[in-house]
Design a protein around this ligand. Structure first.
Ligand SMILES: Cc1cc2nc3c(=O)[nH]c(=O)nc-3n(C[C@H](O)[C@H](O)[C@H](O)COP(=O)(O)OP(=O)(O)OC[C@H]3O[C@@H](n4cnc5c(N)ncnc54)[C@H](O)[C@@H]3O)c2cc1C
Length: 401
């Protein structure tokens, strides 16, 4: 009997590697075609809600990451200029008990390395670095992907997990117009020992101002702190991480409360991303070709869930492909149907969060009063639909709450 053709996965990021491991869990082989010669992640943080930790457990990556994860005890929301404390939202033991898995914060490089190590050790996953997919052809028996240097690979199906600027999406449904969100994200990682005494390094800190907000959280088991500054501004270079001008960032944040200024001044090397906010695609599967993660549904980072949605996609798609190994086209359609509503909801909720974070004037005062009046547990319970997703859910049992 000939070996079954592998599933081709374009992109060895969080989504692509998560899918490869989920497929392997069903006994399905895959080839991860990654454009970069070396698979690695830019150095910054990523928050992994309980829905994401459940998936890391399901694909046997959680135990590798656990020793390096941060487990913030709460989200402390502050006013960025006055430093006034606005709210404390529970994480730690409370959220772990509520959702059956902890809320982790990790260095992206650690999450990616844990996924990559697990993939490299798995005999069903082949990693092909330096293969930048340019185009593909659907054949009678599957799909043939072609790289920019004219190499080819054939498989039973092709999954575009090649990120926001997906070449597979462009070939599948034509060029997408990415709406610039009018915001940038500038990120770094600092030593926890550099945190000023007044700021709790064991919590996630959120600092709100009308045209900017700052988030920080522990990574590397609390030894380091990941920082991100989101600003309203017009810089809009496409692509990933460009170096950022530290002096310009500090000047932009002049007027911040002294404790926040001390946190920002501890950052030495910063990198900057422009944020784009495409609308949901009308469809993202055709025949045995589909999209996953940012290629299918980019999500603004204001709910910290884009990477976790890519993991949820991977688990769902692997289940569908395993259920119909001889009919990947139908599996892709079922997967898209299972994921469409939830990912669109997360896109919208994230966009709305970003607007709420940057409110000004009377609207900001009303937000602060509401935050102060509601118990933290009540605020966090409103996100049960998000964090309550479980492997095995389609749209998510909890998503229907
Ligand atoms: C500032 C910021 C903060 C964020 N914070 C969080 C957070 O806290 N929690 C969270 O869950 N999410 C967060 N996200 C979102 C998260 O980073 C993304 O949703 C996630 O990285 C998407 O994973 P992906 O695998 O779909 O795409 P990517 O991570 O973009 O990976 C795509 C991969 O495909 C490769 N590739 C590209 N083109 C090709 C090609 N033609 N051929 C082959 N390979 C190709 C790339 O090199 C890359 O390895 C944040 C995003 C930003 C911008």
């Amino acid at each position: 009997m000939p070996e079954p053709a592998p599933i081709l996965i374009a992109g060895g990021g969080i989504g692509g590697l998560g899918l490869a491991l989920a497929l392997a869990g069903h006994g399905l082989a895959s080839s991860v075609l990654e454009a970069r010669a070396e698979l690695a992640e830019a150095g910054a943080g990523i928050q992994i809600g309980p829905n994401g930790v459940h998936i890391l457990r399901a694909i046997a990556v959680a135990e590798r990451l656990a020793p390096l994860a941060g487990v913030p005890r709460a989200i402390l929301v502050n006013h960025a200029t006055s430093g006034r404390h606005l709210a404390e939202l529970p994480l730690g033991a409370w959220i772990a008990h509520r959702h059956g898995a902890p809320y982790w914060t990790a260095h992206r490089a650690d999450l990616h390395a844990a996924l990559l190590e697990a993939a490299r050790e798995n005999g069903l996953v082949e990693i092909v670095p330096g293969f930048a997919i340019e185009t593909f052809d659907v054949t009678g028996t599957g799909v043939t992907a072609r790289s920019s240097d004219a190499r080819t690979r054939s498989g039973a199906a092709l999954i575009g997990a090649d990120g926001l600027w997906s070449a597979v999406r462009e070939r599948l449904i034509g060029p997408s117009v990415h709406a610039f969100a009018g915001k940038t994200a500038t990120r770094t990682v600092i030593a926890a020992s550099a945190m000023p005494a007044l700021v709790d390094p064991g919590a996630t800190g959120v600092w709100l101002a009308p045209d900017a907000h700052v988030v920080h959280y522990p990574v590397r088991a609390g030894a380091e702190i990941a920082l991100v500054v989101i600003c309203d501004e017009g810089w809009r270079e496409p692509g990933w991480s460009g170096p950022a001008d530290r002096a310009a960032l500090l000047a932009r944040m002049r007027g911040a409360a002294p404790a926040l200024t001390a946190v920002l001044e501890a950052g030495e090397v910063w990198h900057k991303w422009a944020l784009f906010d495409p609308q949901p695609l009308a469809a993202w599967s055709r025949g045995p070709v589909t999209l996953l993660g940012d290629a299918a549904h980019p999500i603004l980072p204001f709910l910290a869930q884009g990477g976790v949605m890519a993991l949820e996609d991977g688990l769902t798609l692997a289940r569908e492909l395993a259920a119909s190994p001889d009919d990947p086209a139908t599996a892709c359609q079922r997967y898209e149907r299972a994921r469409r509503k939830r990912t669109a909801r997360v896109q919208a909720a994230s966009r709305r969060n970003g607007q709420i974070y940057h409110l000004a004037g009377a609207a900001a005062i009303a937000r602060d009063l509401a935050l102060g009046a509601l118990p933290g547990r009540t605020v966090m319970s409103q996100l049960d639909w998000l964090y309550g997703w479980r492997p095995g859910d389609g749209a998510g049992a909890h998503a229907r709450r």
